[in-house]
Design a protein around this ligand. Sequence first.
Ligand SMILES: [Zn+2]
Length: 444
Amino acid sequence: MYRLLEENNPNNPLLQPLLTEKVILGEMRSPGDDSKEFCYSCGVKLDPKTARWQVLRFMFERPSQRRQSAPSEGRPHICFSCSALAFASPLKVTDESVVLMLEPGDSSVNFEVKKLKMKDYLKMLTNKELHLSAGRYLILNSNEDKTNTGDLASQKLGQLQYAMVKIAKIFSAEVLADFKFSLMSQGSEQIILKSRHLIFIKGLMDSYGQQIVNAGKEINMTLGDAVRYIQQDLPYLADYTLTKVANVFNKYQLEQIREIYWQTLQNDLKARGDNMDSDKQLAPKAKLYIDIAALTGITYAFAQSLEITAKQANKGEDYVEREVSKLIEKVDDAVAFCYYATLGDETKRSVQARLYNNPESYFIYVQAKNLLNRLELKSREMEDEKGKKYLNLFADDILNIYQYFAANGYSQEKEWKDLTYQLKLSLYTRFPELVRKQKSTGEK
Ligand SMILES: [Zn+2]
C-alpha cells in the first residue's frame, strides 16, 4: 500500500495514526520480518497481543507474502490506521492504475485561484470520464487501453510513456500548459512530466490521428517511440517517426504545434533559473531546433520548386517523387544540393526559389526570414500579384547559409551531422508521400 500525502512534509513522510494526539517515534523491535510486532505497511510498532488486522486484497495488491524469515506464505499484519486508510483512500497503486499529481503550473500568479480551478477541473473530469480523483491526485484507469487479446498499453509502452500519451489524449492543451503533472510511480517516486513534452505529444497525436491502441488490435508502439524522442527533446525525430506511419495528417495544426513547442521551450529556458532539474542540454537543443526550422524553410523552397519543374516534365508521379527525394538526400552538402536543384534546366545559371508565407509553413517562413536578416541578406521579402508574401531565394544563399552554420556552432563533424540529419527528416515531414512510398517499397 502506498501513502500519498496531501501536503508535502518531507520530515514526516508517514501519516499520523487516525486517532491519536501522541507523536509516534521509532521503536526497537526484534529482528526478522515475520512477526506481529510491526505494521507491514508503515513499520509502526504493534502490540502482538492486540494486533488483529492482516493485509487484504484492497490494501496490498498481493496480500499473501512470503516473508524472508517466515517458513511459508501468509498475510502479514498491518496497523489500524493503515487499514483504515486503505478503506478510505481511493488512491490504489496497482499495475493497472496511473496515479498523477496535479499542481498549478506557475506558482507566482494567483496560486489559490489556480488551485481552486484545478479542483473544479478534476471533479469535472472525474464525473465525465470515470477516472478517480482525490485531492490533487488523479487515477487514470489504464484498463480501457488494451487490445482484444488483453495486452495492456501501460505495460507495452512503459508506464511513463503510457501516462504521457494518456494525459495528452485526455487533457486540453490549455490544461497541459496551466498545470504541472507528476506521475507517482509504484516506488512512490515523483516523476515530473514536462508541459512542453505533453503539449507536443498531444499536437502530434491530433495532427497525425494517432490512437494508443490501433483498432483494438495492437498497441501503438510507434507512438511510444515518438514519445521517447520527445522526452529527449528530439522533436524532428518524433515528427518524422509518425509521418512514416500516419495515414492522415493535418499540416496546419502541425505547423502550429511546431511553433508552440518553440514558445514553451523558450519559456522553460527562461524559467530555468529556479528550476531544480535544469537541463544543461536545453539551450543547445533549443538552438538546434530553431536553426533547423530556418534551414527547413530555405531548403523547402528549393524542394518545392524542383517538384514543380519535375511535374512539368510529364514523366509521371514516380519520377517527381524520385527527384524530390534525391534532392532531400543531398541536404548535407550545399554544392550537391544546389546541383540537384537545377534539374531539368541545365541552362539555368542561378537557381531561384520562392518560399511562400502559407498557413502550413508560416513558422519556418518566419525563421527563414530571421536567418536571412541575421546574415544581412535583406530585402528578400516580396509580394506577388495577389499580394501574397514570399521570400526570394537563390542558390548562392544556400552556399552562404551553410558556410555560416559550418562556422557558427556546427564546426565539429558530429554537430554538422546532427544538424543535417535532422534537417533531412524535417524536410521529409513536409513531403509525407515520399516517406510512405519508401516504407511501402521497403516492405516488398
Ligand atoms: Zn501501518
